[in-house]
Design a protein around this ligand. Structure first.
Ligand SMILES: *Cc1c(COP(=O)(O)O)cnc(C)c1O
Length: 388
């Protein structure tokens, strides 16, 4: 029989407590979700600022539907690129302090597009070990020489850049994340920029989790710490703090013109709905306005203080992401199930999403959470820890 192995692969995952399944969410509002008729405090969302249900964003989306219709109707270089797309791209370029911007339907597509377009000629991608799956896969499939350096380890990176990039290695792209999606820590961006410059490499930052959260204006840690001469390729997503969907790349006019011409994920894909672009413009305004970010950071500080008082060993993070490493997939699931029984939903991240032996609960905070919500989370964590 054809594809016999797929049943066996599923069975193997089930046995190892690694099988993934959808959870249908019926209500998702104001930091609460309901699943199978039970309500939970939601500490597993990337909607860090509550923008996916902000009345102004919803209003803008409705306005966008009236102005532009439901979909874009074509790929962007045919007739799918509307005034709303242009306005959003311009706003993102300005917000991140770059010449120009290209919009994508997802961060996954953007990361693939960057690598496949830039490595049309031979080159080497050197990426942080903990980079997102989309970048790792782009590195593996884009035909470049692909190397990975130990997480945030500048010595290891220096060694690879000095000794392991062969003479035929071609152009070098060093890639990292602003805020790491599973650990919540940040990259040493200044040092990475200096190192890249010394090796005549380009630096790419995927700021999916920093954009909207970090930086003086919420422009992200990548945009706040670099200009386009230090970090030539800046990428961010719109489905996290922005509360909508899609992604962007900003950089020099030449880079964006090049991607517009050679990034196949861009050229051959229907442009994002213009109403979505229109709504995202309002998200940007709300991020810049600052109140929601302030609330998020107050929540992060409150949570960290409480957890330290309760002797939980969190990893260092000033972002909205706070992992609690358990170290084993079955125990991680058991922990998450205990929390669920107490009305609290957190992410249970297992191999291969995180390295083997570092299976963890991933707690994400939002401006939507109240102090009482965070108290309830901490109480539940204590009870679950005691029971296990
Ligand atoms: C979420 C994420 C992506 C993918 O973005 P999508 O728009 O969800 O496809 C890429 N990189 C990082 C670091 C992410 O966290």
């Amino acid at each position: 029989m054809a594809f016999d192995y797929i049943q066996a692969d599923l069975e193997e995952r089930r046995q190892a407590h690694l099988l993934r399944q959808h959870q249908v969410v019926d209500v998702n509002y104001d930091g609460l979700i309901t699943v199978a008729d039970n309500a939970y405090l939601n500490f597993a969302s990337n909607d860090y600022l509550g923008l996916r249900q902000h009345p102004d964003v919803l209003q803008a989306w409705v306005e966008g539907l009236e102005l532009y219709g439901a979909g874009s109707g074509a790929s962007p270089l045919v007739t799918g690129f509307s005034r709303a797309h242009q306005q959003l791209a311009e706003a993102l370029a300005e917000f991140t302090g770059r010449d120009a911007c290209l919009l994508f339907n997802s961060g996954y597509a953007a990361n693939h597009a960057i690598c496949h377009a830039l490595f049309k000629q031979p080159g080497t991608l050197i990426a942080d070990k903990l980079s997102h799956a989309s970048l790792i896969e782009a590195g593996r499939t884009s035909g470049c020489q692909f190397k990975r350096f130990k997480h945030n380890d500048l010595y290891h990176l220096e060694d690879i850049a000095s000794n392991q990039v062969s003479a035929e290695g071609g152009n070098v792209l060093i890639a990292t994340e602003g805020v790491f999606s599973m650990d919540g820590d940040t990259a040493p961006i200044d040092k990475l920029a200096n190192l890249s410059e010394r090796h005549s490499a380009w630096l790419m930052i995927d700021d999916a989790h920093g954009f909207g959260v970090l930086g003086e204006q919420g422009q992200g840690i990548g945009a706040a710490s670099t200009d386009q001469n230090k970090c030539q390729v800046l990428m961010g997503t719109l489905g996290k703090a922005c509360g909508t969907a899609g992604a962007f790349v900003t950089g020099s006019q030449t880079l964006i013109d090049y991607l517009t011409n050679f990034a196949r994920h861009y050229i051959y894909s229907t442009a994002m709905p213009p109403a979505q672009a229109h709504a995202t413009l309002t998200s940007l305004a709300l991020i810049q306005q600052g109140d929601l970010r302030q609330q998020l950071h107050a929540n992060i500080a409150y949570f960290k203080t409480k957890m330290a008082d309760l002797d939980f060993a969190l990893m260092p993070s000033d972002s909205a992401i706070h992992p609690l490493v358990v170290g084993d997939p079955a125990a991680t699931i058991a922990y998450a199930e205990q929390l669920k029984s107490l009305g609290v939903w957190v992410g249970a991240m297992r191999y291969p999403t995180v390295p083997k032996g570092s299976d963890r609960l991933r707690i994400t905070l939002s401006s939507l959470h109240s102090a009482q919500d965070i108290d309830a989370l901490c109480d539940a964590l204590v009870i679950a820890r005691d029971r296990l």
